[in-house]
Design a protein around this ligand. Structure first.
Ligand code: SAH
Length: 391
């Protein structure tokens, strides 16, 4: 067949035509893509609206594109590549999807409805290299970073599924990058995915309502503040280095005083000056004593902070216990009395193992892939991340 378009096909190593997944593209990438085809730049927003707002995956239905362009896209591009393996609904309305990637790996995504909003908790990596001692994801080890399309597909699929429910109160108003993985160790893909979330021609989410959560990858926090105005959550979990080195091993590389300085820089650099959310999982007898609250007050003094206290969600073999309700309340009161806005996070979706830190997914072929996808970044080579315990 004769084509009026320049030849832009690329081939995978197995010789098949590489189909471009259009969920990988933010607006800028779309414009560049259409430019290679000699198409005007407004094709970018037209196609983005079809894909993200109308959830159209059949190019023939994109009736404001020429027939020839529709065919061209049908021949060379795809939209979405995740399969829903499991889809479970909790008694409290929380819904969790187990999603299969094309390489067989499995990741999890969770929707949490609340009175005034609906939050989607999105994964950024297959597994996680940071090995925080209280987190189920860390137990699996790390496999690889998610592609932009694999991050954005989670939102795309969840929206379709929730729309099909045809029930009120099932809208996604907020996104938190608090699923599996460390978002700031998959920096470029996470940033591009967030740009798509914020784009008015895609999901148009408010930047106040998109949160990136990090265990404290300092160089990436600095870089993020320079390029993206979103909310940041920092997983604190301990108010001194001794304890944090054990609970959040990446602290050995990025210790608390440096982390707190980075938080100050982050707030100062950002136009919006949003408060930073500090997440703190309370572990019975470990980090929940009055002196820990006092240390935390000293540590966070002067920072626009919102403290999120999280009851530990147990999983098999964790070795930790949930702090009592009274301990949680006392800890929270100490922080409030010192002037910090403190929220105790409600545990949601426990019956379907969808609560914080319970996301497990499944990793395929870990060791080989871990090496193949190892990327030197932020002076932190992936191998050393994996072995962070030994640093
Ligand atoms: N790597 C990023 C994003 C993952 S979200 C980060 O560390 O921030 C991780 C959050 O899940 C943690 O801050 C913590 O709030 C929560 N979490 C992890 N394990 C948990 C558990 N067992 N119980 C309760 N919350 C947990």
């Amino acid at each position: 067949m004769k084509t009026i378009f320049p030849q832009v096909e690329t081939y995978d190593t197995d010789g098949f035509v590489h189909r471009q997944n259009l969920l990988d593209f933010d607006r800028q990438a779309f414009e560049a893509y259409f430019a290679t085809m000699g198409e005007p730049s407004f094709r970018a927003t037209q196609v983005m609206k079809w894909i993200h707002q109308s959830a159209v995956t059949d190019f023939q239905q994109m009736n404001n594109l020429s027939k020839a362009l529709r065919q061209r896209l049908a021949d060379t591009a795809i939209i979405n590549n995740l399969k829903i393996k499991k889809d479970v609904l909790s008694v409290d309305g929380t819904r969790k999807w187990l999603l299969q990637l094309t390489d067989g790996n499995l990741i999890e995504t969770v929707f949490i409805p609340e009175d005034d909003r609906g939050t989607l908790c999105i994964s950024s990596q297959v597994g996680c290299a940071l090995d925080c001692s209280f987190c189920a994801t860390g137990r699996q080890g790390f496999n690889r970073n998610l592609a932009v399309s694999e991050i954005i597909s989670q939102l795309w699929l969840a929206l379709q599924c929730l729309q099909e429910e045809k029930k009120p109160g099932r809208k996604i108003t907020n996104v938190v990058m608090m699923g599996m993985g460390e978002p700031l160790l998959n920096f470029d893909n996470v940033v591009t995915a967030v740009r798509i979330m914020l784009d008015d021609f895609a999901y148009g989410l408010s930047k106040r309502r998109v949160t990136i959560s990090t265990a404290g990858i300092i160089p990436a926090m600095d870089r993020l503040a320079d390029i993206l105005d979103v909310r940041l959550a920092v997983s604190l979990h301990a108010p001194n280095d001794n304890l944090r080195n054990k609970l959040v091993p990446v602290n050995q590389r990025y210790p608390l005083n440096e982390l707190i300085s980075a938080c100050h820089r982050f707030v100062d650099k950002q136009q919006a000056r949003y408060r930073i959310t500090f997440e703190y999982v309370l572990l019975d007898g470990i980090n929940d004593k009055p002196e820990h609250a006092r240390e935390m007050i000293r540590l966070l003094r002067g920072l626009p902070a919102l403290i999120n206290l999280i009851p530990f969600n147990p999983f098999t073999g964790s070795g930790y216990k949930t702090s009592s309700a009274a301990t949680l309340r006392y800890f929270s009161e100490q922080l409030s009395q010192a002037g910090f806005t403190t929220v105790i996070r409600k545990t949601r979706g426990k019956d379907i193992a969808a609560a914080c830190g319970q996301l497990a997914g499944k990793i395929q072929d870990k060791s080989r892939r871990a090496r193949r996808f190892a990327e030197p970044r932020y002076g932190m080579r992936q191998e050393s991340v994996v072995n962070i315990k030994t640093i």
